[in-house]
Design a protein around this ligand. Structure first.
Ligand SMILES: [Fe+2]
Length: 386
């Protein structure tokens, strides 16, 4: 959750009578986290937000299923560019790796959502590897483009409208225990600290223009791994204003302020977002370490409590060869990992890296789906030996 934001028409105090120009009462909706103890947003609707009818179960995106079988413990490389699933964003997701905290999917949508979608299980973080479009939500619109993180908190109706004729390839991250900015970057009043790797202005908040009626009454709600079809008798996007800290936003990855040290800094310095059992890191172009004998390439390491997932976006990744844009590397705990042969030595004396990648460290082991197995580079593990 970000800073407090207020848009549209609001009464001077919460929980008091608030009427429209015709005298009709507005309906308050308090969207609260952690019961009533956490961040919250209060919206004011023209219609009642709690009167949707349940139609029944619905279809949504593919849910993750373990591919089964016991495979050798080794470093893995999956070619996500070979995974094609078109259609609306609601249907386009293909889970690749998952555990009880995160589901990591690739998606190549080529049509807009025709209903609203609401995730009742997870906060969602999308990374736009390729493409552009519009995210329309109950709290306003957000235009997104390549290299944007797009955040949608759980419980908010939304739909995606990918730009027509533009190739789309997104990484979708469901965070089942929620997502937040790392707490060490807040001061005592919740403001982002002066030494944080981002500032409030780096985030784009929704553009709100009052109630929206697109003629859509249907909402597909995901809850406990199932999809439910609900129908409203009015547009669910009928808020006249809202006020709070829970709302969707966009953070362009290139707004992340990277760090360099005298010697190599660990991935925690690239930590951008945190969730239960997960840390999302952004590797962006930067100058590298400046000790005369520094080895800028990451050292071989055994991070024994984490599985490591990296989605490669652009540039030449310092420590790896054979991976390219759209590659996913998966280095499980229990297997020390490090640079490819020659990378360690070659990095000495370099001054910059142009790598762009999104990494997740997860604290529970990830499981793999059949879709990932189908696009695995079987030579990857051995490619480190030499
Ligand atoms: Fe690593």
């Amino acid at each position: 959750m970000l800073d407090r934001h207020a848009v549209g028409d609001l009464p001077p105090k919460h929980h008091i009578a608030f009427r429209g120009p015709d005298g009709s009462l507005r309906f308050e909706q308090c969207l609260t986290r952690e019961g009533f103890d956490g961040p919250y947003t209060i919206l004011y609707h023209v219609g009642k937000p709690h009167t949707a009818r349940t139609v029944g179960l619905a279809e949504g995106w593919e849910l993750p299923v373990d591919a089964g079988g016991l495979r050798p413990l080794q470093r893995r490389h999956y070619l996500s560019t070979q995974v094609k699933r078109g259609g609306s964003p609601l249907r386009a997701r293909v889970p690749m790796l998952f555990n009880t905290d995160v589901v990591l999917s690739t998606m190549t949508p080529d049509a807009p959502d025709t209903t609203y979608v609401m995730n009742g299980d997870a906060d969602e973080l999308f990374f736009i590897f390729k493409g552009s479009g519009l995210l329309r939500t109950m709290m306003g619109d957000l235009r997104f483009t390549r290299n944007d993180y797009v955040f949608v908190p759980k419980g908010i109706p939304y739909r995606f409208v990918p730009d027509e004729g533009v190739a789309q390839h997104w990484l979708a991250m469901e965070l089942l225990g929620g997502l937040h900015l790392p707490r060490q970057w807040r001061n005592e009043v919740g403001q982002l600290r002066m030494d944080a790797p981002f500032c409030h202005r780096d985030f784009t908040r929704p553009t709100f223009a009052g109630p929206v009626d697109e003629g859509i009454r249907d909402v597909i709600v995901k809850r406990d791994g199932a999809f439910h079809h609900q129908v409203h008798d009015h547009s669910p996007l009928d808020a006249v204003g809202w006020d709070g800290t829970v709302y969707p936003w966009i953070f362009p990855i290139l707004n992340f302020q990277p760090r360099a040290g005298l010697v190599h800094l660990p991935p925690t310095w690239h930590g951008t977002f945190a969730g239960r059992g997960a840390l999302v890191c952004s590797f962006v172009p930067r100058v590298v370490d400046f000790h005369p004998d520094a080895i800028p390439c990451p050292y071989p390491h055994a991070s024994v409590d984490c599985d490591e997932f990296i989605f490669y976006c652009d540039g030449n990744f310092t420590s790896r060869k054979g991976v390219g844009p759209g590659s996913i590397s998966y280095h499980p705990m229990g297997v020390p990992h490090g640079p490819h042969p020659g990378s360690y030595e070659r990095s000495i004396g370099t001054t910059r890296t142009d790598e762009l990648a999104v990494m997740l460290d997860t604290f529970q082991p990830l499981r793999v789906t059949a879709a990932a197995l189908a696009v695995e580079d079987g030579d990857y593990h051995e490619s480190f030996i030499g």
